[in-house]
Design a protein around this ligand. Structure first.
Ligand SMILES: [Zn+2]
Ligand SMILES: [Zn+2]
Length: 331
Protein backbone atom coordinates (compact mmCIF):
# COMPACT_ATOMS: atom_id res chain seq x y z
CA UNK A 1 0.00 0.00 0.00
CA UNK A 2 1.25 3.49 -0.75
CA UNK A 3 0.93 6.41 1.64
CA UNK A 4 -0.53 9.70 0.39
CA UNK A 5 -0.11 12.99 2.20
CA UNK A 6 -3.30 15.07 1.88
CA UNK A 7 -3.06 18.52 0.27
CA UNK A 8 -2.05 21.15 2.82
CA UNK A 9 -5.12 22.67 4.48
CA UNK A 10 -4.26 26.01 2.87
CA UNK A 11 -2.04 26.82 -0.11
CA UNK A 12 1.30 27.84 1.38
CA UNK A 13 2.44 29.83 -1.65
CA UNK A 14 -0.91 31.58 -2.06
CA UNK A 15 -0.60 32.82 1.51
CA UNK A 16 3.10 33.68 1.24
CA UNK A 17 4.15 34.07 -2.44
CA UNK A 18 7.73 34.83 -1.40
CA UNK A 19 8.06 31.33 -0.03
CA UNK A 20 7.96 29.87 -3.57
CA UNK A 21 11.66 30.47 -4.03
CA UNK A 22 12.41 28.54 -0.81
CA UNK A 23 10.31 25.49 -1.72
CA UNK A 24 12.16 22.22 -1.24
CA UNK A 25 11.37 18.53 -1.51
CA UNK A 26 11.54 15.95 1.23
CA UNK A 27 10.80 12.25 1.01
CA UNK A 28 8.58 10.94 3.77
CA UNK A 29 9.58 7.34 4.43
CA UNK A 30 6.32 6.25 6.15
CA UNK A 31 7.75 3.23 8.01
CA UNK A 32 5.16 0.63 8.98
CA UNK A 33 5.73 -2.74 10.70
CA UNK A 34 6.46 -5.49 8.20
CA UNK A 35 9.02 -8.04 7.13
CA UNK A 36 11.69 -6.22 5.12
CA UNK A 37 14.56 -8.23 3.66
CA UNK A 38 18.26 -7.36 3.48
CA UNK A 39 17.78 -6.12 -0.09
CA UNK A 40 15.10 -3.66 0.96
CA UNK A 41 15.19 -0.15 2.35
CA UNK A 42 13.81 -0.31 5.88
CA UNK A 43 13.91 0.75 9.49
CA UNK A 44 14.85 -2.01 11.90
CA UNK A 45 15.18 -4.83 9.37
CA UNK A 46 18.15 -7.02 8.40
CA UNK A 47 21.21 -5.18 7.07
CA UNK A 48 22.88 -6.08 3.78
CA UNK A 49 26.13 -7.10 5.46
CA UNK A 50 28.75 -9.47 3.96
CA UNK A 51 29.43 -12.31 6.42
CA UNK A 52 33.20 -11.80 6.24
CA UNK A 53 32.95 -8.18 7.48
CA UNK A 54 33.17 -7.38 11.18
CA UNK A 55 29.94 -6.01 12.66
CA UNK A 56 30.51 -2.53 14.18
CA UNK A 57 31.12 -2.45 17.93
CA UNK A 58 31.42 0.43 20.41
CA UNK A 59 34.62 0.33 22.46
CA UNK A 60 33.84 3.26 24.75
CA UNK A 61 33.13 2.97 28.47
CA UNK A 62 29.41 2.65 29.16
CA UNK A 63 27.36 3.81 32.06
CA UNK A 64 26.57 0.96 34.47
CA UNK A 65 22.88 0.04 34.58
CA UNK A 66 20.77 -1.73 37.20
CA UNK A 67 17.88 -3.01 35.09
CA UNK A 68 16.89 -3.56 31.51
CA UNK A 69 15.11 -5.68 28.94
CA UNK A 70 16.15 -8.77 27.02
CA UNK A 71 15.67 -8.24 23.25
CA UNK A 72 13.89 -11.60 22.83
CA UNK A 73 11.41 -10.64 25.57
CA UNK A 74 10.75 -7.28 23.90
CA UNK A 75 9.95 -9.08 20.65
CA UNK A 76 7.62 -11.61 22.24
CA UNK A 77 5.85 -8.93 24.29
CA UNK A 78 5.25 -6.83 21.17
CA UNK A 79 3.94 -9.88 19.32
CA UNK A 80 1.50 -10.43 22.20
CA UNK A 81 0.53 -6.75 22.29
CA UNK A 82 1.79 -6.25 25.86
CA UNK A 83 4.69 -4.38 27.47
CA UNK A 84 7.82 -6.37 28.34
CA UNK A 85 8.93 -6.59 31.97
CA UNK A 86 12.24 -5.16 33.04
CA UNK A 87 14.62 -7.36 34.97
CA UNK A 88 17.83 -6.82 36.94
CA UNK A 89 20.86 -6.06 34.78
CA UNK A 90 22.95 -9.14 34.13
CA UNK A 91 25.83 -7.74 36.19
CA UNK A 92 29.46 -8.79 35.98
CA UNK A 93 30.51 -9.56 32.44
CA UNK A 94 27.68 -7.44 31.03
CA UNK A 95 28.47 -5.69 27.76
CA UNK A 96 29.86 -2.24 28.17
CA UNK A 97 31.24 -2.89 31.61
CA UNK A 98 33.55 -5.65 30.45
CA UNK A 99 33.81 -5.45 26.70
CA UNK A 100 32.76 -3.92 23.41
CA UNK A 101 29.06 -3.51 22.63
CA UNK A 102 27.61 -4.37 19.21
CA UNK A 103 25.85 -1.46 17.57
CA UNK A 104 22.14 -1.84 16.82
CA UNK A 105 21.17 -1.47 13.16
CA UNK A 106 18.51 1.25 12.94
CA UNK A 107 17.86 1.11 9.24
CA UNK A 108 19.22 1.13 5.70
CA UNK A 109 18.28 3.14 2.62
CA UNK A 110 19.01 2.45 -1.05
CA UNK A 111 19.01 5.35 -3.48
CA UNK A 112 17.02 3.14 -5.88
CA UNK A 113 14.13 3.19 -3.38
CA UNK A 114 14.32 6.66 -1.88
CA UNK A 115 14.01 9.75 -4.13
CA UNK A 116 16.23 12.59 -2.98
CA UNK A 117 18.69 10.45 -1.02
CA UNK A 118 22.12 12.05 -1.53
CA UNK A 119 24.97 9.88 -2.77
CA UNK A 120 27.77 8.91 -0.41
CA UNK A 121 31.51 8.82 -1.03
CA UNK A 122 32.46 7.56 -4.53
CA UNK A 123 28.78 7.48 -5.50
CA UNK A 124 27.81 5.08 -2.70
CA UNK A 125 24.11 4.35 -3.05
CA UNK A 126 23.29 2.47 0.15
CA UNK A 127 23.51 4.02 3.59
CA UNK A 128 23.21 2.06 6.81
CA UNK A 129 22.50 3.65 10.18
CA UNK A 130 23.52 2.33 13.62
CA UNK A 131 23.30 3.37 17.27
CA UNK A 132 25.17 2.05 20.29
CA UNK A 133 22.37 0.83 22.59
CA UNK A 134 24.09 2.06 25.76
CA UNK A 135 24.91 5.53 27.07
CA UNK A 136 28.21 7.28 27.56
CA UNK A 137 29.47 9.63 30.25
CA UNK A 138 27.59 11.76 32.78
CA UNK A 139 25.41 13.36 30.06
CA UNK A 140 24.23 9.99 28.73
CA UNK A 141 25.61 10.72 25.27
CA UNK A 142 24.73 8.45 22.39
CA UNK A 143 26.98 7.21 19.63
CA UNK A 144 25.75 6.79 16.08
CA UNK A 145 27.41 5.36 13.03
CA UNK A 146 26.87 5.70 9.27
CA UNK A 147 28.11 3.04 6.83
CA UNK A 148 28.03 3.85 3.12
CA UNK A 149 28.15 1.07 0.52
CA UNK A 150 27.97 0.47 -3.20
CA UNK A 151 24.82 -1.67 -3.32
CA UNK A 152 25.73 -3.68 -6.43
CA UNK A 153 29.24 -4.43 -5.21
CA UNK A 154 27.98 -5.45 -1.76
CA UNK A 155 25.30 -7.68 -3.28
CA UNK A 156 28.04 -9.58 -5.16
CA UNK A 157 29.51 -10.73 -1.80
CA UNK A 158 27.30 -13.82 -1.99
CA UNK A 159 27.34 -14.67 1.71
CA UNK A 160 25.67 -12.42 4.24
CA UNK A 161 25.32 -12.14 7.97
CA UNK A 162 22.17 -14.02 8.98
CA UNK A 163 21.83 -12.46 12.42
CA UNK A 164 23.96 -9.63 13.79
CA UNK A 165 25.51 -9.90 17.25
CA UNK A 166 23.12 -8.60 19.88
CA UNK A 167 23.50 -7.34 23.44
CA UNK A 168 21.86 -9.60 26.09
CA UNK A 169 20.20 -6.58 27.73
CA UNK A 170 18.92 -3.18 26.60
CA UNK A 171 18.27 -0.41 29.08
CA UNK A 172 14.98 0.58 27.47
CA UNK A 173 12.34 -1.17 25.40
CA UNK A 174 12.57 1.60 22.79
CA UNK A 175 16.20 0.81 21.96
CA UNK A 176 15.02 -2.11 19.82
CA UNK A 177 13.56 -1.04 16.47
CA UNK A 178 10.49 -2.81 15.16
CA UNK A 179 11.20 -4.07 11.62
CA UNK A 180 9.40 -1.71 9.26
CA UNK A 181 8.94 -1.55 5.50
CA UNK A 182 8.94 1.89 3.87
CA UNK A 183 6.50 3.72 1.59
CA UNK A 184 8.59 6.64 0.29
CA UNK A 185 6.59 9.67 -0.83
CA UNK A 186 7.99 13.03 -2.00
CA UNK A 187 6.26 16.18 -0.73
CA UNK A 188 6.90 19.91 -0.89
CA UNK A 189 8.48 21.44 2.17
CA UNK A 190 9.48 24.92 3.35
CA UNK A 191 12.13 26.06 5.82
CA UNK A 192 11.60 26.29 9.56
CA UNK A 193 10.73 29.96 10.23
CA UNK A 194 12.88 31.38 13.01
CA UNK A 195 15.88 33.70 13.30
CA UNK A 196 17.63 33.86 9.91
CA UNK A 197 16.20 30.76 8.22
CA UNK A 198 14.03 33.12 6.11
CA UNK A 199 14.04 36.92 5.57
CA UNK A 200 12.81 38.76 8.68
CA UNK A 201 9.81 40.47 6.93
CA UNK A 202 8.59 37.06 5.73
CA UNK A 203 8.89 35.55 9.23
CA UNK A 204 6.92 38.55 10.54
CA UNK A 205 4.15 37.83 8.02
CA UNK A 206 4.07 34.17 9.04
CA UNK A 207 3.95 35.08 12.75
CA UNK A 208 1.11 37.55 12.16
CA UNK A 209 -0.87 34.93 10.21
CA UNK A 210 -0.37 32.41 13.01
CA UNK A 211 -1.59 34.96 15.59
CA UNK A 212 -4.73 35.55 13.51
CA UNK A 213 -5.31 31.81 13.19
CA UNK A 214 -4.94 31.29 16.94
CA UNK A 215 -7.29 34.17 17.71
CA UNK A 216 -9.92 32.82 15.30
CA UNK A 217 -9.68 29.05 15.84
CA UNK A 218 -8.12 28.55 19.28
CA UNK A 219 -6.65 25.09 19.84
CA UNK A 220 -7.61 23.91 16.32
CA UNK A 221 -5.69 26.74 14.64
CA UNK A 222 -3.36 25.90 11.78
CA UNK A 223 0.30 26.76 12.21
CA UNK A 224 3.09 27.26 9.71
CA UNK A 225 5.48 24.96 11.56
CA UNK A 226 2.91 22.28 12.32
CA UNK A 227 0.91 22.20 9.08
CA UNK A 228 2.75 23.93 6.25
CA UNK A 229 6.52 23.64 6.48
CA UNK A 230 8.04 20.29 7.52
CA UNK A 231 6.24 16.95 7.84
CA UNK A 232 6.73 14.80 10.95
CA UNK A 233 8.26 11.31 10.95
CA UNK A 234 11.23 9.70 9.23
CA UNK A 235 12.22 11.63 6.12
CA UNK A 236 15.06 12.18 3.68
CA UNK A 237 16.42 15.55 2.55
CA UNK A 238 14.45 18.74 2.98
CA UNK A 239 14.91 21.16 5.88
CA UNK A 240 15.85 20.55 9.51
CA UNK A 241 13.29 21.26 12.22
CA UNK A 242 14.54 23.22 15.21
CA UNK A 243 11.77 22.89 17.78
CA UNK A 244 13.95 22.42 20.86
CA UNK A 245 17.24 24.10 19.94
CA UNK A 246 16.46 26.98 17.60
CA UNK A 247 18.15 27.16 14.18
CA UNK A 248 21.83 26.26 13.93
CA UNK A 249 24.30 26.23 11.08
CA UNK A 250 25.94 22.83 11.09
CA UNK A 251 29.45 22.88 9.68
CA UNK A 252 31.67 19.97 8.70
CA UNK A 253 34.23 19.39 11.47
CA UNK A 254 36.82 18.44 8.85
CA UNK A 255 36.51 21.23 6.26
CA UNK A 256 34.03 23.76 7.80
CA UNK A 257 31.64 23.56 4.82
CA UNK A 258 27.99 24.07 5.86
CA UNK A 259 26.53 20.58 5.93
CA UNK A 260 23.34 19.35 4.28
CA UNK A 261 20.57 17.33 5.85
CA UNK A 262 20.84 13.71 4.70
CA UNK A 263 17.92 12.34 6.70
CA UNK A 264 15.84 12.76 9.83
CA UNK A 265 14.83 10.02 12.26
CA UNK A 266 11.78 10.64 14.40
CA UNK A 267 10.16 8.39 17.01
CA UNK A 268 6.68 9.57 16.10
CA UNK A 269 5.04 9.78 12.68
CA UNK A 270 2.63 12.41 14.01
CA UNK A 271 2.12 14.67 16.97
CA UNK A 272 -0.61 16.93 18.31
CA UNK A 273 0.36 19.84 16.05
CA UNK A 274 0.97 17.88 12.84
CA UNK A 275 -2.12 15.73 12.35
CA UNK A 276 -2.82 17.37 8.97
CA UNK A 277 0.12 15.35 7.58
CA UNK A 278 -1.47 11.98 8.47
CA UNK A 279 -1.71 10.05 5.18
CA UNK A 280 -5.11 9.38 3.61
CA UNK A 281 -4.56 5.63 4.05
CA UNK A 282 -4.30 6.11 7.82
CA UNK A 283 -7.63 7.92 8.12
CA UNK A 284 -11.25 6.95 8.50
CA UNK A 285 -12.80 8.38 5.30
CA UNK A 286 -16.15 8.84 7.03
CA UNK A 287 -14.67 11.39 9.44
CA UNK A 288 -13.00 14.76 8.92
CA UNK A 289 -9.99 16.62 10.30
CA UNK A 290 -8.23 15.50 13.45
CA UNK A 291 -10.97 12.98 14.25
CA UNK A 292 -10.31 11.04 11.03
CA UNK A 293 -6.75 10.03 11.96
CA UNK A 294 -6.63 6.37 12.95
CA UNK A 295 -4.81 5.72 16.21
CA UNK A 296 -2.47 2.98 17.36
CA UNK A 297 1.23 2.33 17.79
CA UNK A 298 1.66 0.80 14.33
CA UNK A 299 0.68 4.13 12.75
CA UNK A 300 1.81 6.72 15.28
CA UNK A 301 4.97 5.07 16.59
CA UNK A 302 5.69 2.29 14.10
CA UNK A 303 9.44 1.91 14.64
CA UNK A 304 9.17 2.02 18.48
CA UNK A 305 12.44 3.98 18.55
CA UNK A 306 13.00 7.20 20.49
CA UNK A 307 15.60 9.89 19.89
CA UNK A 308 16.50 12.05 22.86
CA UNK A 309 13.39 13.11 24.70
CA UNK A 310 11.23 12.67 21.63
CA UNK A 311 13.20 14.97 19.41
CA UNK A 312 14.19 14.74 15.77
CA UNK A 313 17.57 13.20 15.03
CA UNK A 314 19.09 15.00 12.06
CA UNK A 315 21.97 13.37 10.19
CA UNK A 316 24.08 15.97 8.40
CA UNK A 317 26.71 15.12 5.78
CA UNK A 318 29.36 17.19 4.02
CA UNK A 319 28.39 18.23 0.46
CA UNK A 320 32.03 19.00 -0.40
CA UNK A 321 33.27 15.53 0.59
CA UNK A 322 30.59 12.97 1.52
CA UNK A 323 33.27 10.83 3.20
CA UNK A 324 33.87 13.43 5.90
CA UNK A 325 32.36 12.33 9.25
CA UNK A 326 28.65 13.07 9.53
CA UNK A 327 27.15 15.07 12.38
CA UNK A 328 24.21 13.90 14.48
CA UNK A 329 22.00 16.69 15.82
CA UNK A 330 18.99 16.28 18.12
CA UNK A 331 16.61 19.17 17.75
ZN1 LIG B 1 28.77 2.71 23.22
ZN1 LIG C 1 33.75 18.43 4.84
Amino acid sequence: MTRTTPARPVSVEALFPELASYRGRTTRLHPRPGRPGMGDSHVGGPMLWPSDEAWPVCHEAHRPETEGYAPAEIRSARAAGVWPRSRPWTGAGAPGEEGPVPFVGLGQFFRRDVPGLAAGPDGADLVQLFRCPLTHGPHLERRYLLRWRQAAETERAGRFLAAPPEVPMLRWEDELPEPCVLHPEEVDTYPWAEDDTLPAPLIDLIDAWEDDQAAEHGPDALSYQGDLSIPPGWRVGGFPSWASTGPMTIRCETCATPMRLLLTADGYERDASSHSWVPLEDRDPSLEGKASALSGQTIGRPTRLRFGRDRDLHVFTCPAAPGHPPRWVLS
